[in-house]
Design a protein around this ligand. Structure first.
Ligand SMILES: C[S@@+](CC[C@H](N)C(=O)[O-])C[C@H]1O[C@@H](n2cnc3c(N)ncnc32)[C@H](O)[C@@H]1O
Length: 286
């Protein structure tokens, strides 16, 4: 039995298999819905399985490779960022300049061209930016440059206490960069697959699909629903998350849909927070 997670993001679901929280934030993270997602897979969730994680986002996949293969060096670089950040906050506050120094630090690190950095440096820079930017939102422009503004935090966890444990958990995982259909093409009878794609927009203002420069279109949503059904027909157990939208109901009409209530965490577009609903789609044997 294998476990596939092709929209890995912050990895909350995958890391929960090892009992550790994700060491960095990610928009759409599933920490709050873990009990429902795990229950949807049934008894086989706890079985040991070969883990296959992937994502389209190459910068993110580099973070996973570095976390697994260069964990100590990554920690050193993150500790250096943590010290710089804490110092900048302290200096600004003690001089009556608020978070100005920390903000300058954030923008100077955001301005660095990552192509000139080593893979470990790129991973550390990305974790620093995610942990200190507005709402932990990974967003890039058409050229692929990170463009989320500063998040104004007095305290930011740049070195997570679980960094080492997460690196150890990743030793069991095959890590790949690519489109979901390609990276799960080997899934078959008895395998478990969790899909957590960018959601179908439920309103013009909620349309955040910018995790990658290419975005995630309605044609991608249709392709995903077709692929979900294809893997279920092969004998895999598939679970997917998506928005509380009538389009989701019609795309996944052959499968079982559960409406879950959760807290909105990503308020980048609407500026609103509060309870929202979303669908958990379950297909195949449990
Ligand atoms: C909602 S996030 C996943 C959240 C994640 N499960 C978590 O717990 O943090 C969606 C992810 O889909 C990725 N993505 C976008 N298009 C993709 C594609 N065609 N194939 C695979 N991944 C894609 C994005 O890079 C992003 O990381």
């Amino acid at each position: 039995m294998r476990y596939f997670e092709p929209f890995i993001g912050g990895g909350a679901v995958c890391f929960s298999r090892y009992g550790v929280p994700s060491p960095f934030k990610w928009t759409g993270g599933k920490r709050r819905l873990l009990p429902e997602i795990v229950a949807a897979f049934g008894d086989r969730w706890t079985h040991r399985a070969d883990c296959h994680i992937s994502d389209m986002n190459a910068d993110l996949i580099n973070v996973y490779h570095v976390m697994r293969d260069n964990n100590d060096e990554l920690r050193e670089r993150l500790e250096a960022y943590q010290n710089l950040y804490d110092l900048a906050v302290h200096e600004g506050l003690s001089r009556g300049h608020g978070l100005d120094c920390a903000q300058d630090l954030f923008y100077s690190i955001r301005a660095v061209d990552p192509t000139g950095l080593t893979q470990v440096e790129q991973a550390a820079r990305l974790i620093f930016l995610i942990q200190t930017c507005f709402n932990g939102l990974y967003r890039v422009n058409q050229r692929g440059s990170f463009n989320t503004p500063y998040g104004k935090y007095r305290r930011a966890t740049i070195v997570a206490p679980t960094l080492k444990l997460c690196g150890q958990a990743l030793r069991d995982c095959h890590i790949a960069q690519g489109d979901f259909e390609v990276t799960t093409s080997g899934a078959s009878d008895g395998d478990l697959v969790y899909f957590d794609p960018p959601y179908i927009p439920i309103s013009a203002t909620s349309a955040f699909t910018g995790y990658t420069a290419a975005g995630f279109t309605m044609a991608d949503q249709e392709r995903l629903a077709w692929w979900f059904t294809t893997l279920v027909a092969r004998g895999a157990t598939c679970v997917a998350s998506n928005a509380y939208s009538p389009t989701v109901v019609s795309l996944y009409s052959e499968h079982t849909l559960y409406a879950l209530t959760t807290q909105r965490t990503q308020a980048a577009m609407s500026g609103s927070r509060g309870a929202i609903q979303e669908y958990l789609i379950v297909g195949g044997k449990s």
